[in-house]
Design a protein around this ligand. Structure first.
Ligand SMILES: [Zn+2]
Length: 411
């Protein structure tokens, strides 16, 4: 019986005697063992190190309060606690939030986007001129600072906005790519950061007064790590995180009735059981986000061409299901008006009166159960949108679902 290694040694060392051969074989076996051991150690080292790191992080997350997850959460709480966004005094104001800084107007560049970029100011003008709102009772929000934005956004995403090409892609205005970034920050991103401040402040107002309307905001395509569809900041996600910490809220329902899918907040709260998402949108238009769709608690398709009657019937059913599914302490209502018939992007055929009825249904849903509601105006790209939104707010006021007068004062 011959060991293959021995015969192999003879083949390798034909001129050696048996003793020498045994010695040589032992030496070569030892060398072989050494090499094998070295090879094994080299291969095993990263694995051992990785398992060691895993055990370490498991130990940290199971036995130490300072796990990476709790570190991130405590940093988030710290940022929210030191923010100034909730500081404006709202006690002597109407729960309507707006700043003239919202409106984007710059060398006519705004005309390149199918977006009435001064609709926010026009909504207020209608309400003021028709006696439903006093200019002095409107609350002006602060700009969301970088620290505020980091509550939800990654540093990498915020840094990407320092490149005008990226901002051009997000806002869908190609010429923005050619502008120096300081100008883009000042003329495009600053107004949007003011609107973010408005949505965050609205939650404080809603908790105190039962409702609040941010005349802007509703950038529902933006998540913490990604912007798109004219949405550069995730104001809805930010508002909710601020409400968790500063308003003692633990259950939030998002009712997203913009014509488009709200993939931004869906990505941000995908696995968060504190947030329930009802999204009623046209699945045949942007953003076709199949991943985010998985995170919608209640998805209602309203296909291209859906008319007013059918739309409102679907909404009634959806609100009934939502009523029996989740008990929120705050509702964020994303009230896009791009469901209007004639909107170049929404694809739906809802009449102006249908939008008024839609808003009334959602406000009834919230107000009849005393759930604070924040409304943001989101998409709505036609010149007629501002008039329709103002009419809707007037209708809510007439129906007693909101009161735009200053607390204790006369309208
Ligand atoms: Zn939209």
């Amino acid at each position: 019986m011959t060991f293959p290694s021995f015969s192999l040694s003879h083949e390798l060392f034909p001129n050696l005697g048996t003793h020498q051969l045994i010695a040589k074989t032992t030496e070569s076996t030892r060398n072989l063992c050494k090499s094998t051991l070295c090879l094994f150690l080299a291969l095993a080292a990263p694995f051992v190190a990785y398992r060691g790191y895993q055990s370490f992080t498991m130990y940290r997350s199971s036995s130490s309060p300072y796990s990476p997850k709790t570190d991130a959460e405590s940093l988030r709480r710290q940022r929210i606690s030191s923010s100034k966004l909730h500081t404006p005094d709202v006690s002597s104001k109407a729960p309507v939030i707006y700043s003239s800084y919202y409106d984007i107007s710059f060398l006519g560049i705004e005309k390149l986007h199918p977006f009435d970029s001064s609709k926010w100011g026009r909504i207020c003008q209608f309400l003021i001129s028709e006696g439903y709102l006093e200019k002095s009772s409107i609350v002006e929000p602060l700009e969301a600072s970088t620290e505020d934005l980091l509550v939800v956004h990654t540093e990498a995403y915020l840094n990407s906005l320092k490149n005008s090409v990226n901002v051009a892609k997000i806002t869908e205005v190609p010429p923005v790519a050619l502008l120096p970034n300081w100008l883009v920050q000042m003329k495009v991103l600053y107004p949007l950061r003011r609107q973010v401040g408005g949505t965050v402040l609205a939650a404080k107002f809603a908790k105190e007064r039962g409702w609040a309307i941010n005349v802007g905001g509703g950038f529902h395509h933006c998540s913490g790590g990604r912007g798109g569809g004219f949405c550069a900041y995730a104001d809805i996600s930010l508002c909710i995180h601020f409400a968790f910490v500063l308003s003692n809220i633990s259950r939030v329902m998002i009712i997203d009735l913009d014509a488009h899918q709200g993939n931004g907040h869906e990505m941000d709260f995908g696995n968060d059981e504190r947030v329930y998402i009802l999204d009623m949108y046209n699945p045949g238009i942007y953003p076709f986000d199949m991943t985010a769709r998985n995170y919608i608690n209640q998805k209602v398709d309203v296909v291209t061409g859906t008319t007013t009657g059918e739309y409102l019937k679907q909404l009634d059913k959806a609100l009934e299901v939502a009523r029996n599914s989740f008990a929120p302490e705050l509702i964020i209502y994303n009230a896009g008006t791009d469901i209007l018939d004639g909107d170049p992007l929404g694809g739906l055929k809802v009449s102006p009166d249908g939008v008024v009825q839609r808003d009334e249904k959602v406000f009834r849903f919230a107000r009849e159960r005393n759930i604070p509601i924040v409304m943001v105006t989101s998409g709505g790209y036609m010149k007629t949108s501002a008039r329709v939104i103002a009419n809707s707010i007037i209708n809510l006021s007439e129906k007693g679902l909101l009161d735009t007068s200053v607390r204790g004062g006369r309208r």
